[in-house]
Design a protein around this ligand. Structure first.
Ligand code: 6CS
Ligand code: FE
Length: 304
């Protein structure tokens, strides 16, 4: 066990443990300097998430969807380690590191409309910690169980502090039926230490179905009793921003309508990865970038 300070211990104790957040949620102080309405920032700070409707135009969504469709049918993509398949159907569930491997999605990661918001919330220069496209096809799309992303990023990737956020771009309409993101508003202020040591090569299972690093039922019940559950819905082109420690998950999709989203995780440049806070080697770079990181160069652009 290392002697480093671990502000957010998890998977080390026999019992679940609740800790209070030690870090700010919104790092920039001046709401007037925000690139979006200050009410939205206040909402993000309070709830741990916000939805910005139709930030990308239908024409831009069409360009992105064409790219997503091309990738999901490309045999080379499907054969790659970065492609995560569903346990039963074998359908593509996630494709990682799209900002690195794909020119369009690489440009999108730097798009001022999303990256400036991340920069404001995280208080300075950012880089992409993880990117992926998530597919939940009609009829067979499977759920994502409740979790805090930060719990995994801290324990398995060695992310020291809560200074990261996810930006999810909806490429299909996400309505209450087709397995949209569910979040527990306010949960980002508490850290639920989970029970059970991290298995070797955990990511090979957890990206399909997560069993470790998930809160216990009593903690989930207590959290939901206290805060309830919100559902982030919106038409294609809308964007959901959520804090790295907001408890979230999503149901399966038995409707005919697919649900496809792109994810970009922004981390502050000074919150780069250290050694994992568990006894396992770090996960591969395609799930957690640990190169010497450099600030993202933000660009104003469109894609139609
Ligand atoms: O393990 C991870 O890093 C990822 N897993 C989930 C279920 N959500 C966030 C993250 O992409
Ligand atoms: Fe997640």
């Amino acid at each position: 066990m290392s002697s480093r300070q671990d502000l957010y211990p998890s998977r080390q104790q026999a019992e679940p443990q609740w800790l209070e957040r030690q870090d700010p949620v919104v790092y920039s102080q001046d709401p007037a300097a925000a690139p979006i309405a200050s009410e939205l920032i206040a909402q993000y700070e309070r709830d741990g998430y916000m939805v910005i409707p139709e930030l990308f135009s239908p024409a831009e969504v069409a360009v992105m969807t064409t790219e997503l469709e091309r990738l999901r049918h490309d045999p080379a993509v499907l054969a790659s380690d970065k492609a995560i398949r569903e346990p039963n159907s074998g359908a593509l569930r996630s494709l990682f590191e799209i900002h690195h491997d794909n020119a369009l999605f690489g440009r999108l990661a730097c798009d001022a409309r999303i990256a400036e918001i991340a920069r404001f919330i995280l208080g300075g220069d950012v880089y992409i910690h993880q990117s992926r496209m998530n597919l939940k096809p009609g009829f067979i799309g499977k759920e994502f169980y409740w979790h805090s992303d930060f719990e995994t990023w801290h324990v398995e990737d060695g992310m020291p502090r809560m200074r990261a956020l996810s930006c999810s771009i909806l490429l299909t309409d996400n309505d209450i039926n087709n397995g949209p993101l569910m979040l527990v508003p306010g949960s980002h202020r508490h850290y639920v230490g989970c029970v059970g040591a991290t298995p070797h090569n955990h990511y090979q299972y957890s990206l399909r179905r997560q069993d470790f690093g998930v809160p216990d039922n009593a903690s989930l019940s207590r959290m939901v009793e206290r805060y309830g559950i919100d559902t982030a819905t919106g038409p294609a082109g809308s964007v959901v921003f959520f804090d790295c420690n907001t408890l979230h998950g999503s149901n399966s999709n038995i409707t005919p309508a697919p649900r496809s989203n792109l994810f970009f995780v922004f981390n502050h440049i000074e919150n780069g990865l250290q050694a994992p806070f568990c006894e396992q080697p770090p996960r591969p770079a395609f799930v957690a970038d640990r190169e010497p990181v450099k600030p993202l160069e933000i660009v104003e652009q469109t894609y139609a």
